[in-house]
Unconditional design. Structure first.
Length: 104
């Protein structure tokens, strides 16, 4: 359960940082700096994950979770379109995460 919470935290914080940086008007803005800090915190969470869990399990699950979180936040925060192709890709990522998690 701790692993799942760390992965969810990593994905949420990192994706929020990415979306915030993307939404910022300029690189030299408070919004960009806040996004950069969030992304940095996500990196620190990633380091904790690396210390505690095998890379062969942690990386695919973390990367897949970040892909999903980025899609969700891009839709809700940035008003980007989510196509059927995006949904199919996210579905395949979810299946992949499930397979790796079940065998890890």
């Amino acid at each position: 359960m701790k692993f799942v919470l760390l992965i969810l935290g990593y994905a949420a914080i990192s994706a929020f940082g990415l979306a915030t940086m993307k939404a910022a008007q300029r690189v030299q803005s408070v919004g960009y700096a806040a996004g950069f800090i969030c992304y940095g915190v996500g990196f620190l969470v990633w380091l904790v994950i690396l210390q505690r869990y095998p890379l062969s399990v942690a990386f695919p699950i973390a990367a897949g979770s970040l892909v999903i979180a980025t899609q969700v936040l891009a839709f809700f925060l940035l008003k980007e379109a989510i196509t059927l192709t995006h949904l199919l890709g996210v579905g395949l990522v979810v299946i992949g995460i499930g397979v790796v998690y079940a065998n890890g």
